[in-house]
Design a binder for this molecule. Structure first.
Ligand code: B12
Length: 293
């Protein structure tokens, strides 16, 4: 039997979706999904439709839905489930940016984002950036955007957000805010979004970048005299393991330092560890820092 066009192994499937091979095998046994193609050799092969379907399953789980409910839904039902709270249809602007990113047209992506940042100003552009990133995540889940395009878009958006932040005048007397992500979380754009919001609240911003080990965050907080440590947690890393790491960081930080976590993976439906604050969004984060000033 000739191998059908473009299938992948269970290892590739796990890589492409961010899920574990164990989870995929358990669902296959328990729910009969995904349904593998069996080669004469006995090897399992999976279709592109399985990648798209499992990326939606993974995102639904990352948002706190139960496997027993999610794995029984087909792609359309999952889209409806995922569309409800966060996924407003991609704006025309987001579609245009992604169109250029998909063709690696760097200069056009930069021109569009810089132009919009100038015309909207920092606060409105924070919302626009969120819409573009959500649309990018949707396009990736649909197989319409590659990881290379996500990298390209992320780097340009980070530059534009930094440019906006540099234009916000420095003011004294604000909070000292240290920003980073936990080990295992490579999504770093939330740091630039939160840094701009913090600067608008007259805070002094210290960005450590992605994946800083816990003891290093605690030492950096002491050395920089930070009054706030703020983390960005995306849907890719949110969950009970991250909650445990957050609690560990809470214990490692001096009691007077506030620990805040944002990003869609930060809390979801979980209560979240004690002594950690979860601002609902960038506007609440800015207001919280302004009040503390
Ligand atoms: C760009 C991107 C990448 C880039 C990141 C590049 C970079 N330099 O940052 C790369 C290519 C590295 C990447 C890798 C992966 N990614 Co990715 N990625 C994205 C994408 C498109 C944008 C990420 C981002 O920066 N979002 C910004 C975040 C931080 O936004 P947010 O959580 O919605 O937060 C909002 C607010 O809460 C607030 N906020 C954010 N942080 C903070 C912090 C504070 C303090 C406050 C107050 C507010 C705040 O601002 C945001 C906008 O409003 C998202 C889609 C998405 N919707 O997020 C997928 C997404 C997060 N990735 C996803 C996945 C699965 C992966 C991979 C596992 C894929 C793979 N198999 O390799 C890896 C995992 C890497 C890792 N270990 O972290 C999934 C996660 C869901 C799931 N299935 O688990 C998503 C949701 C895509 C999808 N639709 O499925 N990714």
């Amino acid at each position: 039997m000739t191998e059908p066009v473009s299938t992948c192994s269970i290892g590739d499937l796990a890589e492409a979706t961010g899920l574990s091979t164990d989870a995929i095998r358990v669902w296959e046994k328990r729910y009969g999904r995904p349904q593998a193609i069996r080669l004469p050799s006995g090897h399992r092969r999976y279709r592109e439709t399985d990648v798209r379907w499992l990326r939606r399953v993974a995102e639904a789980l990352a948002r706190g839905h139960r496997p027993g409910k999610v794995v029984l839904l087909d792609e359309e039902e999952l889209d409806a489930l995922l569309a409800a709270p966060a996924g407003t249809p991609a704006t025309a602007f987001a579609k245009k940016v992604l169109g250029f990113a998909r063709e690696s047209r760097t200069a056009d992506v930069r021109r569009l984002l810089t132009g919009r940042a100038r015309s909207e100003g920092p606060r409105k552009f924070l919302a626009t950036a969120g819409e573009v990133l959500t649309a990018a995540g949707r396009a990736w889940a649909d197989g319409q955007l590659g990881i290379r395009h996500e990298h390209l878009l992320s780097e340009i958006l980070a530059d534009v957000l930094r440019g906006l932040r540099e234009e916000v005048p420095d003011r004294r007397g604000g909070e000292v805010v240290l920003l980073t992500t936990l080990p295992g979380e490579r999504h770093a754009l939330g740091l630039q979004l939160a840094a701009l919001a913090a600067k608008l609240a007259s805070a002094e911003v210290r960005i450590l970048g992605a994946e800083t080990p816990i003891p290093e965050i605690a030492d950096a907080a002491r050395e920089s005299g930070a009054s706030v440590v703020a983390l960005s947690i995306s849907l890719a890393s949110g969950g009970p393991d991250t909650d445990r790491t957050l609690a560990e960081l809470r214990d490692a930080l001096p009691p007077g330092v506030r620990l805040l976590a944002g990003g869609r993976g930060a809390r979801g439906v979980r209560r979240g560890p004690r002594g950690v604050g979860f601002p609902a969004d960038l506007a609440e984060f800015e207001a919280l820092l302004t009040k503390a000033r």
